[in-house]
Design a protein around this ligand. Structure first.
Ligand SMILES: [Zn+2]
Ligand SMILES: [Zn+2]
Length: 313
């Protein structure tokens, strides 16, 4: 994986590029203990060449909207893993939705038995929970529902495979293929017993990069059973059985500080050297050689500079 923290550069047509705009699970956090990995909740940008997808609208979508006002397509495809608050609460703060009246946002939701996200978002973003409804925003929303397991085919012919995941109210995993590379996004999920689940192993088989829910460690998990999340160790087990080449851990626990996550990453890389814990603002060209410059402390040298720039933006 090539791995940078600078502004998103236009992808070469054959590149499959992933950018993490939010990697924290459950609730946003802030403070000096979260500077390296970030505190925004899930929002990922996937670029298949010039073709863009957004996956989830956690608080990370705010910075995505700040950075991308000029190079977003007129129609934005937003795929939801599911609709829990940490994956939806940023939506009304996505500037291209608020301010750009020619913008169309197509949402895709696959964990509600075919129902779209529309009725749920209309309940969430309405007084007295929220001051305005989404139809007051300048953009136009088109909400699409599908059944997890279906392959999504978009008007330009792009196809994205999906799979249902074990999570309260369900969740959807996505598989992107472009330029001979395969990227799988597998969050939010609680692992099964026995593990790995054969259908999931088949879905992620041979992926160049799998993004996986590592909210807990195996040591923490027994007291959090049934909460719908997994561990980095289960991500490694799945990756190794399925021949996944690299693994990125997201949905980081709000209590896991930079120090804890750096220690966790050392343990993770002892098991799987190509695995890492995702950092907010990090971009990955899937399948390209990965280079992370590190200081003696283990902290990527460039991460802090980017985070400072994001804060003043
Ligand atoms: Zn979540
Ligand atoms: Zn959830």
């Amino acid at each position: 994986m090539s791995n940078t923290y600078g502004p998103t550069v236009p992808a070469a047509n054959q590149d499959l590029v992933l950018r993490f705009w939010g990697v924290r699970g459950s609730t946003p956090v802030s403070g000096p203990q979260y500077v390296e990995f970030g505190g925004s909740t899930p929002c990922l940008e996937v670029r298949c060449g010039q073709r863009m997808f957004i996956v989830d609208a956690g608080s990370g979508i705010y910075n995505l909207g700040q950075g991308h006002r000029t190079d977003l397509p007129r129609e934005v495809d937003l795929l939801f893993s599911h609709l829990h608050l940490d994956h939806t609460a940023g939506l009304p703060f996505f500037k291209p939705a608020v301010l750009d009246c020619d913008r169309v946002i197509n949402t895709y939701c696959g964990n509600l038995g075919g129902e779209s996200a529309g009725p749920t978002l209309d309940r969430l973003f309405a007084p007295p929970l929220f001051p305005v409804t989404l139809d007051k925003l300048c953009c136009t929303f088109n909400h699409h529902g599908f059944e997890a397991g279906q392959t999504l085919t978009f008007p330009d012919g792009t196809r994205v495979d999906t799979i249902g995941l074990n999570h309260p109210q369900g969740s959807v995993g996505y598989r992107f293929e472009h330029g001979g590379r395969r990227l799988c996004l597998i969050s939010d999920i609680e692992h099964s017993d026995p593990w790995p689940d054969p259908a999931l192993a088949d879905f992620v088989a041979g992926a160049d990069l799998m993004v996986y829910d590592g909210m807990f460690t195996d040591g923490e998990y027994p007291t959090c059973r049934g909460w719908g999340h997994s561990t980095w160790q289960k991500g490694v087990e799945l990756a190794q059985v399925a021949g996944v080449k690299a693994l990125a851990i997201i949905h980081l626990h709000p209590a896991h500080s930079d120090t804890a996550l750096r220690d966790m990453e050392a343990d993770l890389q002892a098991e799987m050297p190509t695995a890492f814990i995702a950092r907010e603002s990090q971009s990955i060209t899937v399948g390209a050689p990965r280079a992370v410059s590190r200081r003696a402390s283990g902290r990527p040298a460039v991460a802090r500079e980017v985070r400072r720039r994001v804060k003043v933006a």
